[in-house]
Structures are given as C-alpha cells and as structure tokens.
Write a protein of this length. Structure first.
Lengths: 292, 253
C-alpha cells in the first residue's frame, strides 16, 4: 500500500493522521475557548471589553457611564477632558465599585436601614420593569377598557352656592327660600353663604369643601335647581346649582393614554404580588410559635 | 520511526496555527466595527464616515424591531401614547447629542431603572392630590381653563386675554408650572419638561381640550431601558440611528 493510501484508510491505525487530527481538535477547541474568553458575558477575562473602561473584580465600569460622569462633573467630553479629569473620574468610579463590593462582603444590608430600603425599592422596581414598559396592543387595551369602563370619564364639576340658614328655620321659610335667588333668601331670612364653595369646583373638591353629604346632594341637582333643605350641625343648607357639568364617559381613543398608564400600573402590581409569592415559596421562613 | 519524524513538525505546526488563531481572535474581536464604535467618543461618531453607515444600518434594523411599535416605523411618534417624534430637533431630554440619546436608550424614561430619566412627572391637577413627589394643591376647572388660555396666548394663538392673564399668575404661582416648564413655558430638557410654546405636542394635537386634559389628568410617558435587553453596541447603534434621523445632513456627509 502506498503511504498516501495509508492516510486515507481509516480502518488502519495511522500515527501521523491521529496526531494531526488531535492537533486539529485542540486548535478548534482552543479557538472556541478564545471566542468565549473575548465575548461571553460574565466570563473572567484579562481583556476589558470595548463597552467598558475598566473591570473591577470582573465587574464592568461601563464606558457610557464613565463619559456621562465626566460630563456631569466637568461638563466636558472625553476628547476635551484633561488627563487629570479623566483619571479622577475613573479613580472615583473604581473606588465606588470597590466599596460597593466590600459592602456586599460585609453584608451591609443586614444592618443598615437605608441600604435595606434602597434594596427593597430596587427589587420592586426591577420586578415591575417589564410591566411598566410594556406596550400592549390595542386589542388588549380595549379589553381592559371594557372591563373598567367606569373609570374613564371626564371630571365632573359644578358652579353652585351653599346657603346656610339658622338651625331650626321654619319649613315654610325654607320652602319660600327655594323659590328665591340666593341674594333674596339671604336678605329675607338672614341666611349666610357658607363660603366653602369657590366659583367652580371639581366634584372631588366640592366633596372636600362642603362634605360628602352635601356634595352628593349637589351632584344630583340639574342646572338652576335648588336642593331640599339639608340639616347639618351648623344649620340648614340649601344648595343653589348654577351649572352642573356631570362626568362624561370617555371613548377608547380619548382615554388611551390614561388606559395605558392604568394597565401598566395594574400589571406591575400583579407582577410585584407574584414576585412576593415566588420569594415566599422558595424561602425557608420559620415563625415563632407565639406568632403563628 | 518515519511516522514520529513527521509528528514533530506537525506538532510545531499545530502550535504555530494555534498561536496564530489566538492572535487572530484577539484582533478580530478586539477590532470589529462594534468594538471600534464602542471605543469612540459617542458625540464624535456622527463625523466618522468609516463607522456611521454600518452603525445607522444596524441601528435602523434594531429600531424597526424594538422601537417602532411606539415611535412608528418612520419614527414620527404617536401622540395617543406620548411617544415623541424623533425626526425633528425637539428633544424632551437633553440636547439631541448622541450621548443624550444613548443615555435615554440605555436606561429609559420612568422605566424603573434608577439610572434612568425620572426626575419629574406632569401632575394631575384635577385630582385631590395632584402630585406624588411634592405637595401641590389641585386647580379648579376655571383655573385649568385660564392656564390653557395662557398657553394658547404664549403660542400667539387666539385666546381670552383676561383669562390668559389669570392663567399666567397660576402658571407662575400656585400651579407651580414654572418650576419645570420655565416662566416662559419654554420647557427644561434636564427634567423632560416639554416646551409648551413651540407648537409641538407630545400628547394630543395641542387643541384646547388636549391641553386641558394634560393639566387635569397629568402625563408620565415611559420609554424602556434597553441596558439589559440589547448588547451595548446595538444600543449605541440605535442611538446613532435616531441621531441621524434628526441630523440627516451629518448622516449623509
């Protein structure tokens, strides 16, 4: 058999072929390892990736953060920064990273309330990130809108006057006052304006200013109507409604921005609740007997 | 021992090839277009004719798959959800520099990332507690109407002069609007407060009803943070593409 044929005949052992294939395999393996070394996220490496300016115990200091910090501190871009400015910002960022890492080693969060609060807040934010930035399609939003249609209306508001009569005012006097203007009623019966309603009030504001009971009475009045007497601790009230603009349901397109915001908020609350359930399920929580 | 004689040069060859490949890998991965982009000063990149065509082409493709759902395929925005037009030079945050856009793309706007843009919201003045971040009092429907008239007047549109005058006092006083939007309504791109006198509207069409709606119900648009979703180079490419949209002369230079 010619030497060339011995190489090609795989049924026969060939020392050179074996060595060559072994070398080839090693080269391929090392090549793949090199790719991993230079590219894989989280890989321990001696080379600083191009998106970073430094690695501190393999934790990156991101180049764009560094440039932003340079701009914040000195209001310059990298090209116009002095070597001292560049060095100072880098040193500060390395120092911060070292101290954060040391803080993790020392388990600062277990003792420092501020760190604990910051961590809780950060985890909450992270859990809700997807929900808060999600852009659901119109079909999903419409379903949400249909389910919660009552939420979406314009704000009701009113222009009304709240006139207070002395406690125990006669019923026929009150009945007569209802047929008068507020000025006439005040002049004739010595009633006073409560002064709690301003020229125009959103429903919620009327609620705050004259109280829920009177506000509900007012909201039900049509334009130009006067309420039935309402007895309150400070006297008997008549509400003279000048203009009552009731809330008008908003259609989907008009309310879309609000629907989207509500949808995201509801989703984020759900995600947070799920996160808590997940964390409780995987945690080993022991509760003292007297607390159970 | 003919075979062993061949093995020695083969082994040396393999080691030489290996060393070559290692060097090649370093050169390749250390000097790809992405790496060159990432190592460059972002604000200087629009001048780099050797890098921009590559970056803009990649950025466009990523924009179409990730950003177009809000901003539209032409990046003209969507007033129904407050997604801004990215092709004009009206910047809600920053000054339209690549570094400003990069910051927004990386960390988002109100995207639950502490590094993101999240300094202020538009309060909802028809709500009992208009603003979570600080104490503000609600406005009455008349007040909302007056502030609306003031803004219309600021844009030289037809407005009731007396109401606009009252509106200005609210704008500069108890409404606290000046704090973010500036006393002239010109906005503040540090906190993302829009310019209210340039006839560019983020929500709605700038009509009386839409302005009043914003004052009454507040606004707080959101842009996702892409820092954990896209590679650093892709984020930079998107930022460069968005920059090129609003600076077409530089992109074609």
């Amino acid at each position: 058999m010619k030497p060339g044929n011995a190489w090609r005949n795989i049924s026969k052992f060939n020392y050179s072929r074996g060595l060559l294939l072994m070398g080839f395999g090693a080269v391929v393996g090392l090549f793949l390892a090199a790719i991993g070394l230079f590219t894989a996220k989280g890989t321990s490496t001696l080379i600083v990736p191009p998106e970073d300016v430094a690695l501190v115990n393999q934790q990156p200091i991101v180049r764009s953060d560094y440039l932003a910090q340079l701009r914040t501190l000195y209001d310059v871009d990298y090209e116009h920064a002095t070597p001292q400015q560049r060095r100072k910002v880098l040193d500060d960022m390395i120092r911060e990273e070292l101290f954060v890492q040391r803080g993790t080693e020392l388990d600062v969060a277990s003792a420092d309330p501020a760190t604990r609060m910051a961590m809780v807040s950060a985890v909450e934010q992270q859990a809700a990130t997807d929900a808060m930035t999600d852009l659901p399609n119109d079909e999903k939003l419409r379903r949400y809108y249909e389910a919660k249609k009552a939420r979406y209306s314009s704000d009701g508001y009113m222009t009304a006057r709240d006139i207070v009569f002395a406690a125990g005012a006669a019923q026929d006097a009150l009945a007569a006052a209802r047929a008068m203007t507020p000025e006439q009623a005040m002049a004739k019966f010595g009633a006073k304006e409560s002064g709690k309603l301003s020229a125009q009030e959103f429903y919620f504001a009327a609620d705050v200013h004259i109280g829920r009971r009177l506000a509900l009475v007012a909201e039900a009045l049509p334009n130009g109507a006067v309420s039935a007497p309402v007895t309150m601790p400070d006297g008997t009230h008549l509400i003279y409604m000048i203009k009552n603009v009731r809330p008008v349901p908003l259609d989907f397109d008009k309310a879309k921005a609000q629907i989207l915001a509500d949808y995201r908020r509801d989703s984020s609350q759900r995600m947070l609740a799920h996160e808590q359930i997940f964390l409780r399920e995987r945690a080993n929580i022991l509760i003292a007997k007297d607390m159970q | 021992m003919k075979s062993l004689g061949l093995a020695v040069p083969l082994g040396i060859g393999a080691i030489a090839v290996l060393a070559g490949l290692m060097t090649g890998a370093y050169l390749i991965f250390g000097n790809t277009m992405d790496a060159r982009l990432l190592r460059a000063e972002p604000d200087g990149l629009p001048e780099r004719a050797d890098l921009m065509p590559y970056a803009v082409a990649h950025g466009r493709s990523i924009f179409q798959s990730e950003c177009a759902s809000c901003h539209g395929r032409e990046a003209k925005g969507n007033n129904a959800v407050g997604a801004p037009n990215l092709t004009d030079k009206d910047w809600l945050y920053g000054f339209g520099r690549v570094s400003d856009i990069l910051q927004t793309v990386r960390y988002g706007i109100r995207a639950q990332d502490p590094r993101g843009r999240n300094l202020a919201d538009m309060p909802a003045f028809s709500h009992p507690e208009p603003y979570d971040r600080e104490k503000l009092l609600p406005l009455s429907p008349n007040d909302v109407g007056d502030v609306t008239q003031f803004l219309l007047a600021q844009e030289k549109r037809p407005a009731d002069a007396a109401a606009a005058d009252r509106g200005q006092r609210i704008f500069d006083g108890r409404g606290g609007c000046w704090d973010c939007h500036g006393q002239d309504g010109g906005g503040d791109s540090e906190v993302g407060a829009p310019n209210l006198i340039d006839n560019i509207w983020l929500f709605g069409d700038g009509g009386r009803a839409d302005i009043a709606d914003s004052i009454e119900n507040g606004r707080s648009g959101v842009c996702p943070a892409w820092v954990d979703r896209l590679p650093a180079a892709s984020i930079l490419e998107v930022a460069l593409y968005v920059h090129a949209l609003s600076h077409p002369q530089e992109a074609t230079r």
